[in-house]
Design a protein around this ligand. Structure first.
Ligand code: F6R
Length: 607
């Protein structure tokens, strides 16, 4: 949701700290701020706007101090205002706090402080933390560690937070509960961040904090302790595998385009995930009475695609449930399993669903991109998808890899269930092995047609995406891509459902995109074809996404995008790619903020 960065060094931290929050901007970007501490004084500068814009007005990089914290915000409690931006201070200016998450008892705390005469400057839940710390400093006679620990014990809800204080020169206090926080270990400086991107430019050595821990970080070292006992915890140092180069845009105008074009390479690294890992996930499914697939937003649609893959390949029905609804719907018990899919591994809804399943005795697995994330550390069987950092808020390459992992796992499960033998599995794997080349071919040869289609139809206000079978969740995902990056209304639907109501919307103001199945999928193909005909018969404009060599549909569409010839197994993957490109090109034509669409955040850590 929001991004936290912090740094303690033997020289001024402002320049590097500024670079840290700039690197975290994709986590939230409506306002930002920094606090640095020097000579018993804390300087806080913050405002509304992008990190760059706030720096221009507030001169963040000119600040002076050896310890500092910073925050980039995506508003939850309270509007987008300077006052609501972080850091927040106590009334006497002794502490500055940055916070991610939600303090669920902030109403009670706020009321208590207001009754005691404290004036609140913001509408946020986070400001209570600063006042609580101030109160505890009074109570414990400026003993910062005791004040910090006792303040934290009063907080309900989830948080990752960092604090600097005039009472703790050259130190950052930080803690986490259900929201990520990582310490970075440098040579003459140490860092904190809500994810690796905060400090990956400076160091690759990291300490991943766990729930219920707090840390004191100085420029020479760090100590992690348990919040309850205050006992020291010995933590392992993790080497971060991503590097800066992987995070950079590499000459592309937007991260979204770079990440779309990364896909031939990222699917290759997905294809190199050891078979034993996939077999572990397949075994989790095989040994469960019922296994659910869970994700939310894009990852739910990927889970829904997985539903078809497991059904068709392994003959096994794995219900896909959107994780925000999981606790209200799933009947899950000790013999069941849940496989969660998440790019960030920090999504509140998905973590909540996993915890819900675990509490009921179910086993859990995950397909996740960010190593060390909460999801990785919560589930029994985590699979790291290895897609590298996905910076654009819109998920593209991570989603493609997740679908690939589900496909590969379905093959493992097919063997395990005795649906087919090793030889057939080998055939599947060979076929899937072509995915990277097929994506390259489509990107090299077909992207231009999608660009043209986007220019031609940029005035259209309503798009309907239709598909059947596995192409139905692919249509839902394509529609989501269109909505979130272009702000144009788009709806995905199963093509068979259309005639049960929505068809009445078809007129010249509604464009329909039909995701044609592979021509070898005869029944699905014929049914989808008739849905396209129904739309055309009502005067609707149909843009067909179809495969080369599909003569059967020649002349059927008002306009078409011809995708390269592939095997049926890989066909839906090309539709995903086409949907990504169309949405991207349209967003550029409409001058949208492609990498950071309004109201969205990269990782949604709130309910
Ligand atoms: C859409 C998108 C979101 C995420 C969803 C889950 O492009 O990015 O719908 O897929 O918020 O996020 P993760 O995958 O981090 O759990």
């Amino acid at each position: 949701m929001c991004g936290i960065a912090g740094m303690v060094a033997s020289s001024n931290v402002a320049q590097k700290l500024y670079r840290s929050i700039a690197a975290l901007e994709y986590r939230g970007y409506d306002s930002c701020g920094m606090a640095v501490q020097e000579n018993g004084h804390i300087d806080v500068r913050k405002n509304v706007g992008t990190v760059e814009k706030v720096n221009q007005g507030e001169r963040l990089t000119d600040m002076k101090g050896l310890a500092g914290i910073a925050h980039t915000r995506w508003a939850t409690h309270g509007g987008v205002t300077r006052e609501n931006a972080h850091p927040h201070m106590d009334s006497q200016g002794r502490v500055a706090v940055v916070h991610n998450g939600i303090i669920s008892n902030y109403h009670q705390l706020r009321e208590r402080f207001q009754n005691a005469g404290v004036v609140f400057l913001s509408e946020t839940d986070s400001e209570v933390i600063a006042h609580l710390l101030g109160e505890c400093l009074d109570k414990y006679e400026d003993d910062m560690e005791t004040a910090f620990v006792s303040a934290l014990r009063e907080l309900e809800g989830n948080f990752s937070l960092a604090v600097i204080s005039t009472k703790a020169s050259g130190q950052i206090y930080c803690a986490k509960r259900e929201s990520p926080l990582i310490i970075g270990l440098g040579d003459d400086a140490n860092y904190i961040g809500s994810d690796f991107n905060a400090f990956i430019e400076f160091t690759r050595q990291a300490i991943i904090m766990d729930d219920g821990e707090f840390a004191v970080v100085t420029h020479q070292g760090y100590v992690v302790k348990e919040l309850l006992s205050r006992n020291v915890v010995n933590k392992e140092v993790t080497e971060i595998e991503w590097d800066m180069e992987m995070s950079r845009r590499g000459g592309y105008p937007h991260y979204m385009l770079k990440e779309i074009y990364d896909q031939p390479a990222t699917t290759l690294s997905t294809l190199s995930i050891p078979r034993e890992k996939l077999a572990e996930l397949a075994r989790l499914i095989h040994e469960s009475r019922q296994c659910f697939l869970g994700g939310v937003g894009t990852t739910y649609y990927i889970a829904a695609m997985g539903q078809y893959l497991f059904s068709q390949i392994a003959g096994c029905y794995l219900p896909a449930i959107s994780t925000d609804e999981f606790p209200h719907l799933a009947q899950v018990g000790p013999e069941d399993a849940l496989i969660a899919i998440s790019q960030s591994g920090e999504t509140y809804d998905t973590l909540t669903a996993v915890r819900f399943a675990k509490e009921r005795g179910a086993r859990t697995g995950a397909i996740v991109n960010v190593m060390g994330s909460s999801l990785v550390r919560t589930v029994d069987v985590p699979i790291l998808q290895g897609s590298g950092p996905e910076i654009c808020v819109i998920s593209t390459k991570a989603a493609m890899s997740q679908a690939t992992i589900l496909l590969l796992t379905a093959v493992e499960l097919g063997v395990m269930r005795g649906r087919f033998g090793e030889e057939e599995a080998l055939g599947y794997r060979d076929e899937i092995g072509n995915l990277s080349d097929v994506l390259s071919e489509a990107l090299n040869e077909r992207a231009g047609f999608l660009h043209t289609a986007a220019s031609r139809h940029q005035k259209m206000k309503n798009w309907l995406y239709l598909g059947r079978g596995i192409y139905y969740p692919a249509a839902l995902e394509n529609a989501l891509k269109m909505k979130e990056v272009t702000y144009i209304h788009a709806e995905g639907m199963s093509a068979g459902f259309l005639k049960h109501g929505t068809i009445s919307l078809i007129d010249e103001n509604m464009y329909t995109i039909v995701l044609m199945p592979h021509p070898d999928e005869k029944e699905l193909h014929a049914l989808t074809r008739s849905s396209a005909e129904e739309v055309r018969a009502r005067g609707g404009f149909v843009l067909g996404f179809r495969f080369e060599g599909d003569e059967d549909v020649e002349g059927l569409f008002s306009e078409e995008i011809v995708l390269p010839r592939v095997s049926p197994l890989l066909a839906p993957f090309l539709h995903l790619l086409a949907g990504q490109l169309l949405a991207y090109f349209l967003a550029v034509q409409l001058k949208r903020d492609v990498d950071r669409p309004r109201s969205l955040a990269k990782s949604v850590t709130v309910a």
